[in-house]
Design a protein around this ligand. Structure first.
Ligand code: LLP
Length: 404
């Protein structure tokens, strides 16, 4: 995913050609990059060979899930819809974990019928509900309890999940009570302790703190957990100033933990697998000069890529065709949606642009398409995968008729 003869290309295929052939906007993924990310992830944690459950919420494209399966991943799901998709992709139920604070009776029933590896419960009420369902079905169900360790993951406040003020998981004092409750049940088996402190984590130290707390709580609980599910959250580099997570340091700490507790480690990565493997190819509709700045109005909007509007996230924006001429003016890349927050990036300078130029928004593989909507009644974009010079349409462009 780089420039070839000054043209931005995905696995040797020019983004300009893709724009011409398919129209814009397009979510375009590189198979090679996905494979490399999974390979590196496995390598980094090779000392304890974790089960990698790809977090389906980060990208739920069925075709991509099938590739994840072929590359050895399981799935982390948070709804019946995601569970159905993971199963449809052929992922082994014994490699699927189900998280989330609000699983309904129907969702739990479905997950129990499908005999997935673990349901990670997040409240006493949920545990009671699982037990009731298990009892009527005359089954024993393997569950995990998600702990809220009250750790600050030092990430965006909106994507922090492990602090005591967050709705996720169970606080330490209640955790012990629930361990005892589950141990008494005829229908439940407490197999896992799960945890997930947040997303886009760049510093390994919050993870170290998390492991320390886990260590203490496991010992205090007096229970052997067959699985410890450490969640996902590994951050990626969205621009040159951001250094991605130091995997070797994190891995060393988990290995020490693993040797002590002898539990199978599960990870639920999303962004670190698919984030930098996808770009959004779009086009300049208009350039609107004002007294303050030049608005570059793209044909992709916040309905296609929500992260900037929702979290103030910054994604690199680059030209599909590199030129030498620089436009030294304040430039704001915006979408066509009727919202002021429909703005992607402000830059002091960019190369000279004209209407119809092709533009690439980088690192949108995770929480790009999966967060997209039909706001302003706009059809969702096309998704394509490039694999060994072959272009596959992995989700057709929605038509207006589909959403009317
Ligand atoms: N496991 C659980 C229980 C989670 O809640 C999440 C993400 C993950 C795993 C995967 O985390 P990852 O490895 O992708 O960081 N929409 C936001 C991110 C929300 C993350 C929600 N939970 C964004 O665009 O930054």
């Amino acid at each position: 995913m780089n420039y070839i003869n000054r043209t931005y290309s995905v696995e040797n295929i020019s983004s300009i050609k893709l724009a011409k052939k398919f129209g814009t906007p397009i979510y375009c993924y590189s198979y090679k990059k996905i494979k490399e990310n999974i390979f590196n992830f496995k390598e980094n944690f090779n000392s304890f060979k974790p089960l990698i459950c790809f977090s389906v919420k980060s990208n739920s494209n069925l075709y991509l899930l099938r590739e994840m399966k072929r590359l050895g991943c399981g799935a982390d799901v948070v709804s019946k819809g995601e569970l159905i998709k993971a199963l449809k992709a052929g992922i082994d139920p014994k490699k699927i974990v189900f998280s989330g604070v609000g699983k309904t009776f129907e969702e739990l029933s479905y997950a129990i019928n499908k005999k997935i590896l673990l349901i990670n419960a997040e409240s006493k009420s949920e545990i009671v509900k699982i037990e009731k369902i298990a009892k009527t079905k005359k089954k024993t169900v393997d569950i995990g309890i998600r702990l809220n360790p009250n750790v600050d993951a030092k990430t965006l406040i909106q994507i922090s999940t492990g602090k005591k003020t967050n709705k996720f998981g169970i606080a330490e004092n209640d955790f012990y009570k629930l361990v005892n409750l589950v141990k008494k049940s005829k229908y439940l088996k407490l197999k896992c302790l799960s945890i997930h402190i947040g997303s886009q984590i760049l510093d390994y130290k919050p993870y170290v703190k998390m492991l320390k707390i886990l260590n203490r709580i496991i010992i205090n609980s007096g229970h052997y957990f067959e699985f410890i599910d450490l969640g996902g959250g590994m951050g990626i580099s969205y621009n040159d100033k951001i250094k991605k997570l130091n995997y070797s340091k994190y891995s060393r700490e988990v290995y020490k933990f693993y040797k002590k507790h002898k539990s199978k480690i599960i990870f639920e990565p999303g962004r670190s697998i698919i984030g930098d493997a996808g770009v959004l190819i779009c086009k300049v509709i208009y350039i609107k000069k004002t007294n303050n700045k030049n608005f570059v109005i793209l044909d992709a909007g916040m309905n296609d890529l929500m992260r900037p509007a929702l979290y103030g996230a910054e994604h690199k924006i680059i030209p599909a065709q590199k030129k030498n001429s620089i436009l030294n003016k304040n430039i704001e890349f915006v979408g066509p949606i009727c919202e002021t927050t429909d703005s992607f990036l402000f830059l002091k300078k960019f190369q000279k642009l004209k209407e119809n130029d092709v533009i690439v928004i980088c690192d949108v593989g995770a929480y790009g398409m999966s967060l997209s909507s039909n706001y302003n009644l706009r059809p969702k974009p096309l998704e394509i995968l490039i694999k060994q010079n072959k272009i596959s349409i992995i989700k057709k462009r929605e038509k207006i008729l589909d959403i009317l």
